[in-house]
Design a protein around this ligand. Structure first.
Ligand code: DP6
Length: 441
């Protein structure tokens, strides 16, 4: 190591990585240490301006151990998953030289150098929105930049996978497949991009963060129990998912929303059926989640009805549109609904209904109840809480009894869209660690 003042310098890299939502779910591992799945999966990367992790990694000869701060709080780095990611990146580290600052790190020096890591999510970690996916993808991406790792993104995805399975899909924007692979060492269990975020820009994604009192079983524990006890999971991973992966890839390539929607909700339903088939059974969805599912089917019926009215040849069109879903839903290991609409027009209809049935509680302002891309609210004519109060009962609501509302069931909504993959952020002002001390700002 050659440097002017070896104790003084701190070298940093800061990155931002998105989270993702699986439309064909990963559930079950065939290898717990390497994190190898029992089936492949497909996800949509979510716009990082609404949901992402930002991570700064720093190295300095003055650091005496590896340390990490998550959302401002120091956490223990003893977990095997962090260690796996650090080890794999260090193994691939290359020489780094910063002539201006007189820093020169040889590839063999990395083994003896410690890192500081600070990570921050722009959404509540406790909301159950796949924060580990964004977090591990960001950690691996930032470390790879810091240590001048030359590997391709697919290779990085197999490292992020060892932090958290779903993290490997967050190394890309748009639509991503995690191929399960067959090799024992996991080298072919990697993520690949199916299409980038501009491929299907019209999609609107509405996340309903549900108020939940119960502590859910973690994905890691839940899927271990499913692997041990669910025979439905065996059938799913061997027979159903391989077929669905092909169909889903095709639906995405063709931007075929009806097929995409049917596969997405069918796969979410089957994942939750596997959870019920687990002993003891796991319940991730709650009453609010079930209400959202029902509402999705109502919106589908309304859209069907509106479209039917547009056509003269009633019978033919009826046949043509029958069974054509207009919005779809998916649920991960928790009660939050992720609803997907094919375009903004349908998203307006969906949001109006959501806010009619799940209005903001009196103490909450609209700008803290609907987050993310709020232009959809404006377009739907919902500028204030008064506009929500003035919403008329949706056409499907029964006329003989006032429709029931569920105030307080939802914490908030996030409007988002397909988004881009990890990026490096330049400039010390974006960093979460102090450039002089390497400690959190
Ligand atoms: C339901 O990636 O969180 O979100 O690999 O044990 O860290 P580990 O699990 P994790 O599981 C995610 C499961 C899921 C489905 C999915 O994202 O595919």
């Amino acid at each position: 190591m050659g440097e002017k003042d070896s104790k003084k310098w701190v070298l940093m890299a800061t990155a931002r990585s998105p989270t993702n939502i699986a439309v064909i779910k990963y559930w079950g591992k065939r290898d717990e240490t390497l994190i190898l799945p029992v089936n492949g999966s497909i996800s949509v990367t979510l716009d990082p301006s609404h949901l992402s992790a930002t991570t700064t990694v720093a190295v300095s000869p003055s650091f005496d151990r590896d340390r990490m701060w998550l959302n401002g709080k120091e956490i223990l780095l003893s977990g095997g998953r962090f260690q796996s990611c650090l080890r794999e990146i260090r193994r691939r580290a290359e020489d780094v030289e910063d002539e201006e600052r007189g820093i020169c790190i040889k590839r063999e020096d990395w083994e003896g150098l410690h890192v500081h890591i600070a990570s921050f999510n722009n959404f509540p970690t406790a909301a159950g929105l796949a924060s580990s996916a964004a977090g591990f993808a960001c950690l691996v991406f930032a470390l790879a930049k810091l240590m001048n790792v030359k590997e391709e993104t697919t290779e990085l995805s197999s490292i992020a996978r060892q932090g958290s399975g779903s993290a490997c899909r967050s190394l890309y924007g748009g639509f991503v497949k995690w191929a399960m692979g067959n090799k024992e060492d996991g080298s072919d269990s990697i993520a690949v991009q199916l299409a980038n975020e501009t491929h299907w820009e019209d999609l609107v994604i509405l996340i309903a963060v549900v108020c939940s009192r119960q502590k859910e079983t973690s994905s890691t524990t839940g899927m271990r129990e499913s692997v041990e006890t669910s025979s439905l999971l065996q059938y799913r991973s061997q027979v159903v998912v391989p077929r669905r992966l092909i169909q889903m890839e095709e639906a995405i390539q063709k931007r075929d929303f009806p097929s995409f929607a049917k596969l997405t909700c069918a796969d979410s339903n089957q994942f939750h059926a596997v959870c019920l088939d687990t002993s003891p059974p796991i319940f991730y969805m709650n009453d609010t989640s079930h209400r959202h599912v029902q509402l999705c089917f109502l919106v589908y019926c309304i859209c069907l009805f509106i479209r039917l009215l547009d056509y003269r040849n009633f019978q033919d069109r009826w046949n043509q549109f029958e069974g054509t879903p207009q919005v779809t839903y998916t649920y991960d290991a928790g009660p939050n609904a992720v609803l997907i609409a094919p375009n903004r027009k349908v998203a307006h209809l969906l949001l109006q209904r959501m806010l009619f049935y799940f209005p903001p509680p009196s103490e909450k302002e609209l700008d803290s109840y609907v987050l993310g891309d709020t232009s959809i609210l404006q377009e739907a004519g919902l500028h204030s809480k008064k506009d929500i109060e003035a919403l008329l009962p949706p056409a499907e609501a029964k006329t003989n009894a006032p429709p029931q509302k569920y105030t307080g069931d939802i914490n908030y909504f996030i409007c988002t869209r397909p988004g881009s993959g990890p990026v490096l952020l330049s400039g010390d002002d974006q960093a979460l660690l102090n450039a002089e001390t390497g400690l959190p700002k």
